[in-house]
Write a protein that binds this ligand. Structure first.
Ligand SMILES: [Fe+2]
Length: 510
């Protein structure tokens, strides 16, 4: 063997050794489908199907470091008599034995059922739905949006009720997990410390996804997802963490990978190091376009943080003039341009800007002084004005902004200049409450009403989600709330309902 051949041989041998082994005839120590099934990112001819093999979910999953073959089936009926697509994929150890199947070739706007098989194990059955054909006339679309599900602060009764709604889609707007243990009156506990490593984030997702009500909601509808801060670290901004961790991008890479591994996302979203392409557009015929945004990865750092810290602060204008700097960006220029272009080009009747934050200005100080919370859009007022001005000028049909993060229900008119009472609303905002995370005191919100007259409704005492029903003529938003998140069997009711008429920004009580 020449030196060259010998070197190539050694190289080939080492590659073969490094390639993942296949566990050809798996026999699992326990049910591997402990984390349920999910689907998402629906297209007119398909969707993503998700599951993860994890017989010991809270301890790294419990599988050897080998690939496992997973079979999947998609049927037109719940009993799988009419199977229309089936295939095989690999659950690989480098992705925590998660699988992300991109199914194509299906009919638009119809329900399908799916399941997975590995070894002798069969998963629960999930139900999902394709999007309507491009540009198709769609008489109605019903979706719900939700966010913020701190596991310790409440049960997921809201998810149980959400799973029973008649919906085409669920949109989740961030804080799917919480990295830290905080808040009052815990009903259950996280294991382990705050996650920093990939193994720790995987275990935290496993803890959250082991909840039966959350699994039920995933199995009932396709989801669109985006994240907020707690999927990584409270109040992080781009490459800066709250505690100015010099290794933060290493932590962010681990958190982003674990997020991808546990969400029904396409392969195109698979992170590369600490970067992950999450923002995306999703069309539902001619009726709706969802512009799903990432408000964390590309943002400028928060202004005027506390001494020696990153993250949020409550800042006032004369003391923190940098808040008003015109070049500050929440989305980063690339995403901002992409969003403006997508709004301009959209032919959809409703344009839903699905993002994580409250967009309306909220002056938090009663009286003539003004105070703002620097982590939300209020910390990026020039960026917000650019977006709302783009909406005012490009006139996408019926812009609706949906958000989360603040843990209270809020309905607001969005204006280019919130300080000008004569400025008309250019978009309508609905900010959801939380699935379980505790909200601020109602008395504090009441005290702010006169400071912020474009906020039409603000209610913080109940947890829940928002159901939106779109038709050509109008949007009906129902604020669905549970009585008490500390009780697993708590009932659901409608706190309030609002209508947005086609062609007119601003919500009216239904
Ligand atoms: Fe939250």
């Amino acid at each position: 063997m020449s030196r060259f051949d010998r070197r190539n041989f050694l190289l080939a041998a080492s590659t073969a050794l490094a390639a993942p082994r296949l566990w050809a005839r798996p026999s699992f120590p326990a049910d591997p489908f402990t984390l349920g099934v999910a689907s998402g990112a629906p297209l007119p001819d398909g969707f993503v199907l998700w599951t993860r093999l994890a017989p010991d979910p809270m301890n790294g999953g419990g599988l050897p470091p080998a690939a496992v073959e997973v079979r999947w089936e998609v049927a037109r009926d719940e009993g799988f008599r009419d199977i229309v697509r089936a295939g095989r994929t690999m659950a690989e150890p480098e992705h925590a034995h998660s699988v992300h199947v991109e199914v194509a070739g299906l009919e638009p706007a119809r329900w399908y059922w799916y399941r997975f098989m590995a070894g002798n194990a069969v998963s629960a059955v999930g139900r999902t739905r394709t999007a309507p054909a491009p540009g198709a006339a769609v008489s109605s679309l019903r979706f719900a949006f939700a966010s913020c599900q701190q596991y310790e602060q409440g049960f997921y009764a809201a998810h149980r009720h959400l799973a029973e709604e008649e919906l085409d889609l669920v949109v989740f707007l961030g804080d799917y997990i919480y990295e830290s243990s905080w808040g009052r009156s815990h009903v259950r506990k996280h294991e382990g410390p705050e996650p920093y490593t990939l193994a720790q984030y995987r275990n935290r997702y496993a803890r959250y996804k082991s909840d039966a009500d959350l699994q039920r909601c995933h199995a009932a509808f396709p989801w669109l997802v985006t994240w907020d801060d707690h999927e990584v670290d409270n109040d992080y901004a781009n490459d800066r963490s709250e505690d100015l961790d010099p290794e933060f991008l290493v932590r962010r890479a681990a958190a982003y990978q674990a997020y991808w591994e546990h969400m029904p996302l396409r392969r195109s979203a698979l992170p590369v190091g600490p970067r992950m392409q999450l923002y995306d557009r999703h069309d539902f015929g001619g009726l709706a376009r969802f512009h799903v945004l990432d408000g964390r990865q590309y943002r400028d750092h928060q202004v005027c943080p506390r001494y020696g810290r990153g993250g949020s602060n409550v800042v006032s204008d004369p003391l923190c003039p940098s808040r008003l700097e015109p070049e500050r960006s929440l989305l980063g220029s690339e995403q901002e341009n992409w969003l403006h272009a997508g709004l301009s080009a959209s032919r959809a009747r409703w344009n839903i800007v699905a993002q994580q934050l409250l967009m309306a200005q909220v002056d938090r100080k009663p009286g003539p002084e003004r105070q703002f919370w620097s982590d939300g859009w209020d910390g990026y007022p020039a960026a917000r004005a650019r977006l709302l001005r783009a909406i005012a000028e490009r006139k996408p049909s019926n812009p609706l902004v949906i958000g989360g993060d603040v843990h209270f229900n809020c309905v607001a008119d969005l204006k280019v200049d919130f300080d000008n009472p004569d400025d008309a609303a250019v978009a309508t905002e609905f900010c959801g409450t939380s699935i379980s995370s505790q909200g601020p005191p109602q008395t504090r919100l009441n005290a702010l009403r006169s400071e912020n007259p474009y906020v039409r409704f603000a209610h913080s005492e109940k947890r829940g989600y928002v159901v939106m029903e779109l038709s050509e003529r109008r949007c009906l938003a129902q604020l669905r709330v549970i009585d008490n998140e500390k009780e697993a069997s708590t009932p659901v009711s409608t706190l309030a309902a609002f209508i947005v008429e086609n062609g007119r920004a601003g919500a009216e009580a239904a």
